[in-house]
Design a protein around this ligand. Structure first.
Ligand SMILES: Nc1ncnc2c1ncn2[C@@H]1O[C@H](COP(=O)(O)OP(=O)(O)OP(=O)(O)O)[C@@H](O)[C@H]1O
Ligand SMILES: Cc1ncc(C[n+]2csc(CCOP(=O)(O)O)c2C)c(N)n1
Ligand SMILES: [Mg+2]
Ligand SMILES: [Mg+2]
Ligand SMILES: [Mg+2]
Length: 343
């Protein structure tokens, strides 16, 4: 029994989920239950992947920064990335919307358009609607494994290569540029196009390399997840699930860090701090919300060529003590990323 005075903010997300999971019913239809990027459910004629993620106003997006179109795109992508991270492709989505009554109808139709554009060719087949004080968008996606086994978080083995597909740190850079006022959210860019600042765009309308998920599965990826909460935090999830250590090579992240240095300087100039030499590195290591795919591959697969656009960023080793994530063989001196209840 939980101490009745314990509050949600006394736990971290993993601890809260550990209280919930044992209470949930399972059944013969469950192939993969709670704990991975998506569940796998057995249907009479096969299996399907299902996953759900929510976006909450002022937690994930601000309405003075994001249009309905942006939020629609983002709601789709963060869910599609979970399907891709299982090695599947999306087939259909349902969307639940909570909106205040004084919200412009255009905002809602913009959301529907953004959701539709980012989801294609998957269908949007329904949802739910409610009023509330703030906008909440919850999307559920179903995916098809095309006859392959799902790629779980737990499959990394010592000797595997750690690889990443997509961008790292660009969404966090965009968020910080907006937060400090170094970038304007729209700069005149209309919905559906226009020259948004590239990092602001990465935050408002993330792009996930969705096709790389099934490609990784076909190439023999041993484990995979999408990076939503930060490279170090999500790599830690692969490490714990597999009982291994992931050793990330700083030099492999060098180009990502260098590309973000001008934005880091912009933030320093705008905020008037003396220049934080590690800001760009922190974005890359702990940023999250780019929804790139982090996967592990057997060394022989890496030797013959990783599926595009995966690139190696480290190796899997035996967990000496507890499973962990290292940076060049050492414990990283950086907060690993996002946790909703330990901000
Ligand atoms: N309220 C809940 N009840 C049951 N299972 C949950 C609940 N919240 C999360 N889970 C399960 O816990 C696992 C981890 O969830 P989490 O949301 O951290 O993963 P994610 O969706 O890949 O990441 P993110 O939300 O950061 O994009 C998933 O298998 C998810 O289905
Ligand atoms: C206005 C605003 N402030 C802060 C953030 C940063 N942020 C919020 S949730 C999250 C992790 C992913 O969410 P989840 O784990 O729910 O998928 C991050 C990095 C943001 N996106 N917008
Ligand atoms: Mg995920
Ligand atoms: Mg989630
Ligand atoms: Mg999260």
């Amino acid at each position: 029994m939980t101490d009745p005075t314990t509050r949600v903010h006394d736990l971290d997300e993993t601890e809260l989920l550990a209280r919930i999971f044992p209470l949930l019913p399972t059944g013969p239809a469950v192939v993969v239950g709670p704990g991975d990027d998506a569940a796998v459910v057995r249907a009479p004629d096969g299996r399907f992947v299902v996953t759900t993620d929510v976006l909450v106003q002022d937690r994930h997006f601000r309405r003075d920064w994001s249009t309905g179109y942006d939020v629609g795109r983002r709601a789709a992508v963060q869910n599609l990335a979970d399907v891709a991270a299982m090695g599947a492709h999306a087939t259909s989505l349902v969307v639940s919307l909570v909106v205040p009554g004084d919200l412009e109808v255009d905002w809602v139709t913009g959301l529907a358009r953004g959701l539709a554009e980012a989801s294609a060719p998957a269908a949007v087949v329904g949802g739910d609607l409610s009023g509330g004080d703030a906008v909440v968008v919850s999307v559920t996606v179903h995916g098809d494994l095309a006859g392959r086994d799902p790629v779980l978080r737990s499959g990394a083995r010592p000797g595997d290569v750690v690889a990443h597909a997509g961008t790292l740190g660009t969404s966090a850079a965009g968020l910080d540029l907006l937060t400090c006022g170094a970038a304007e959210p729209r700069d005149g860019a209309p919905d559906g196009g226009g020259p948004l600042h590239p990092y602001v765009s990465a935050y408002l309308r993330p792009r996930s390399p969705l096709a790389a998920g099934p490609a990784a599965a076909a190439a023999g990826a041993t484990a995979m997840l999408d990076v939503s909460d930060g490279l170090l935090r999500d790599a830690g999830r692969l490490a714990r699930a597999g009982g291994v250590t992931l050793d990330i090579a700083r030099s492999d992240l060098g180009p990502d860090v260098v590309a973000l240095l001008p934005a880091a300087v912009q933030v320093s100039v705008t905020t008037g701090d003396d220049g934080d030499p590690d800001r760009a590195l922190r974005w890359v290591l702990a940023g999250g919300e780019d929804h790139g795919l982090l996967a592990t591959f057997p060394a022989h697969v890496a030797a013959t060529g990783l599926p595009a656009p995966f690139r190696p960023i480290g190796v899997v080793t035996t967990a000496d003590d507890a499973p962990t994530v290292l940076l060049d063989g050492e414990q990283p001196d950086v907060a690993p990323g996002w946790d909703h209840f330990r901000p």
